[in-house]
Design a protein around this ligand. Structure first.
Ligand code: DUC
Ligand code: ZN
Ligand code: ZN
Length: 479
């Protein structure tokens, strides 16, 4: 008798964003087709008794093979980045296709498809990064791309090759409102950073740890408040990415109290690292943790934990930005230890994101398994137009699943599957790791081995975000 299912997961202790229950999960053709007790046979069966089973993670903020100014080059491409993601329980990634100033968004998308095609081992979509919102791009290209499934774009308030001014941001927010797209904002005050950087360098303070002094909390707080005000003026939702500490959290809570639908994201580095990880002396090791915004202090870590627990944060992403340490295309540009403004920004974390949050959040009781699912899968899917195909465990959804093994694991870079030569979490112990990662019904990680193949990952044409409502165009000049 042939099996009714391709795969049956038996006795799974399922956690969704809303419910916890025990069920078998029957999979045919990569989708969940039946849930219940005593399902009939599968061609393959996995017994998950005693193990929490969650939707596969969606990492909605990661950078893979993103072209940047030489000599820097990202260490992970779509092959190594998605392999690493899968081994840590992530089944969907949404990295960024960045417009070059003077170039088109379409060219960025075409280039990025070439980079992903044949290499990704899990499913992927692309956010856009808008760096040059010309009238033509605003009138035609961006609306067309949103309709084609690139339904989110990132706006930078800093970085010379990316930043937009307030007028450009207003126009993009208005466009997001009209077309139902999700605008993501990197909120740091660029003029403050430039002034502080100049002063620090003039005083001879150039070690990696001065990166923190060049981007204090105030810089993020001011930009967060300004971004919220711009969104209020346009009357549109918006998502603040990589929120790092207390003062930015306070701005978001202030906005919510005013009735504004401001969404927000944080990342493992703001829970688990502090400014001290960038150095307590002028040594160069701290370059490993140079990212923007930088990690803050213990009080900010507590504020981020509290905001994860109380529902303030919408999503939890890695902001994986892979640059190797001992690499002349990475943290030592041209083979040299450089002043902090020239250190490529970013830290690796695509594989450790879920085990760290499960371990430090769920196993410690800071958040429930349901909230873990909401932050890492369901809300990312709703925020970026992938729900209910992704982000939940339900009949009809893709069979993207993680079966958790609650065991003690010593984190070392040697056990990870990215191409980066370090992890900022070296030597830390986590209390859980995926026993299985399942992508569209296929086991891509079995607790010991990566079993996916480059090219099996599919491009996801996304719908509009379902976290926000589509709105009529705003009135007035911002139109
Ligand atoms: N900050 C960003 O905004 N993007 C990539 C990495 C980083 O540190
Ligand atoms: Zn950013
Ligand atoms: Zn980023």
């Amino acid at each position: 008798m042939s099996a009714e299912f391709d795969l049956v997961i038996r006795n799974a202790q399922v956690a969704t964003a809303s419910d916890t229950f025990t069920s078998d999960i029957g999979v045919v053709g990569g989708r969940i087709v039946q849930m219940g007790v005593r399902l009939s046979t599968g061609a393959r069966e996995i017994d998950a008794r005693g193990r929490t089973t969650t939707p596969g993670g969606i990492d909605a903020h990661c950078h893979l093979d993103q072209p940047i100014a030489p000599p820097a080059k990202m260490t992970d491409d779509f092959e190594t980045g998605t392999r690493s993601a899968a081994c840590g329980g992530t089944t969907t990634v949404i990295p960024f296709a960045a417009q070059q100033k003077g170039g088109s968004l379409r060219a960025a998308i075409d280039d990025y498809h070439e980079r992903a095609n044949g290499r990704a081992s899990i499913d992927y979509g692309f956010h856009l990064i808008v760096t040059d919102p010309t009238p033509e791009i605003m009138a035609t290209e961006l609306p067309a791309l949103i309709a084609e499934g690139y339904s989110s774009f990132k706006i930078y308030m800093t970085y010379d090759d990316m930043k937009l001014n307030d007028g450009q941001i207003l126009r993009l927010l208005a466009l997001a409102r009209t077309h139902g797209a999700m605008a993501m904002i990197h909120a740091e005050n660029t003029e403050c950073i430039a002034w502080l950087t100049e002063s620090l360098l003039e005083s001879g303070l150039s070690a990696p740890r001065y990166h923190v002094a060049s981007r204090p909390m105030l810089v993020e707080r001011e930009a967060t408040h300004r971004a919220i005000s711009l969104a209020e003026l346009v009357d549109v939702s918006m998502l603040l990415v990589h929120v790092s500490g207390r003062e930015a959290v306070e701005q978001i809570q202030w906005a919510r109290a005013r009735g504004l639908k401001i969404l927000s994201e944080t990342c493992p580095q703001y829970l688990l690292l502090t400014a001290e990880d960038l150095g307590i002396d002028d040594g160069y090791e701290g370059a490993k943790c140079v990212c923007s915004p930088p990690p803050r202090d213990a009080a900010s870590q507590q504020a981020i934990w509290a905001a994860l627990a109380d529902g303030t944060f919408t999503v939890f992403s890695s902001d994986h930005a892979p640059f190797s340490f001992d690499d002349d295309q990475g943290k030592k540009p041209g083979g040299r230890e450089v002043a902090f403004p020239y250190i490529p920004n970013g830290i690796p974390g695509i594989e450790t994101r879920l085990p760290l949050l499960y371990s430090e959040g769920v196993l410690t009781g800071r958040i429930s398994a349901n909230r873990f699912v909401e932050l890492t899968a369901t809300n990312p899917a709703k925020t970026y137009g992938l729900h209910p195909r992704k982000g939940t465990i339900a009949i009809g959804s893709d069979a993207d699943l993680v079966i958790w093994d609650e065991r003690s694991v010593l984190l070392t870079n040697a056990m990870l599957h990215h191409a980066v030569d370090y992890t900022p979490y070296e030597g830390r112990t986590v209390g859980a790791w995926p026993a299985y990662t399942i992508s569209r019904g296929e086991v891509v990680w079995d607790g010991e081995r990566f079993l996916g193949t480059p090219g099996r990952g599919r491009f996801l044409q996304r719908g509009l975000p379902t976290m926000i409502a589509r709105r009529p165009p705003p009135s007035g000049a911002a139109r």
